[in-house]
Write a protein that binds this ligand. Structure first.
Ligand SMILES: [Fe+2]
Length: 308
């Protein structure tokens, strides 16, 4: 089943890169506060597009959300005269709040994520003791993608691929010749994402990476995060399948699943919880909506003690 979906993605990428093919235009907005790369991708033929992994600014100390990052995206969309068809989340992020509902209010579009978000909603719904108003059936989203699902940005075909590992619900989106990998891969000199969140799995991540890296060499990869490195002083978020296959420090060609598993598990054991883990998860499990206000009209976020 998965090979067929990968074959369809390969065909789409080859067709896009062949003479006469039209590649999608990608504009990236990088949020230094959370190291997140949000991408606006559009079909130059029809000016229809998608916003992938947006950020709602959040000052945790003050408990205040603001929208400078999302407003910069809205300004770009309006300046380019784009129609937004999709607000795509690659997964329920644990390090920033999603601005997808805010962007949807201003720009329209369908809010989509992978269908295994239901697993994530059930785990974290329990942890946060969310009430019955939190349905945990994915209904907070407009569309739940399964592996191989086909969608479009205007005339630009797109394919959703399920790439579990970082979380059980991670998706990568193949749009023309561009693949939005979420947290399945980072820049070659930085490596890969942690797999120690509930439902995460280093072996699944290895297999998902191998799957993406079997796409054509020239496939453009757009990543969700970057942290620079000891020797690289500029943020970066675009690479190719060939570069990752040759040089990814955690997952280049030749590294076995067992080697990857040992490296990833040892490294994960040393990582602290992301600064915005608790606020992010309880908002993002609701598709980026804040929890319902209490009787006094104020919205609160919870801090479960000694659970995570
Ligand atoms: Fe993530």
């Amino acid at each position: 089943m998965s090979d067929q979906n990968l074959a369809a993605a390969t065909t789409l990428i080859r067709k896009t890169q062949a003479p006469g093919g039209l590649a999608p235009v990608v504009q990236t907005f990088f949020d230094e506060a959370t190291n997140t790369a949000s991408h606006v991708v559009h079909d130059p033929d029809t000016s229809r597009g998608a916003i992938i992994d947006s950020v709602l600014d959040f000052d945790a100390a003050a408990g205040r959300t603001t929208t400078q990052s999302a407003d910069a995206i809205i300004a770009h969309v309006r300046a380019q005269n784009l129609t937004i068809d999709w607000l795509l989340e690659t997964h329920a992020h644990a390090d920033h709040l999603s601005a997808a509902p805010y962007l949807q209010r201003h720009l329209g579009g369908e809010l989509a994520i992978g269908r295994d978000i239901i697993q994530v909603q059930n785990v974290f719904g329990k942890i946060f003791n969310a009430g019955t108003e939190f349905a945990r059936d994915g209904s907070e989203f407009d569309r739940l993608f399964a592996d191989g699902d086909i969608f479009a940005l205007g005339n630009m075909p797109a394919i959703a691929l399920h790439v579990p590992g970082h979380t059980p619900a991670d998706m990568a989106y193949v749009i023309g010749d561009a693949v939005f990998t979420g947290d399945t891969l980072f820049m070659p000199d930085y490596g890969t994402a942690r797999t120690d969140f509930p439902g995460g799995c280093a072996r699944d991540l290895y297999r998902s990476i191998r799957r993406l890296l079997s796409l054509p060499d020239s496939t453009r990869l757009f990543l969700c995060h970057d942290y620079k490195t000891a020797t690289r002083t500029e943020y970066a978020w675009e690479t190719t399948v060939a570069e990752e296959r040759q040089r990814n420090i955690h997952a280049h060609e030749g590294i076995t699943e067992d080697e990857f598993f040992r490296m990833r598990t040892a490294r994960d054991a040393t990582l602290p919880a992301p600064k915005l883990l608790l606020p992010s998860i309880q908002v993002n499990m609701r598709a980026g909506h804040l929890p319902p206000a209490e009787a006094n009209g104020t919205t609160y976020l919870k801090v479960p003690l000694n659970i995570l």
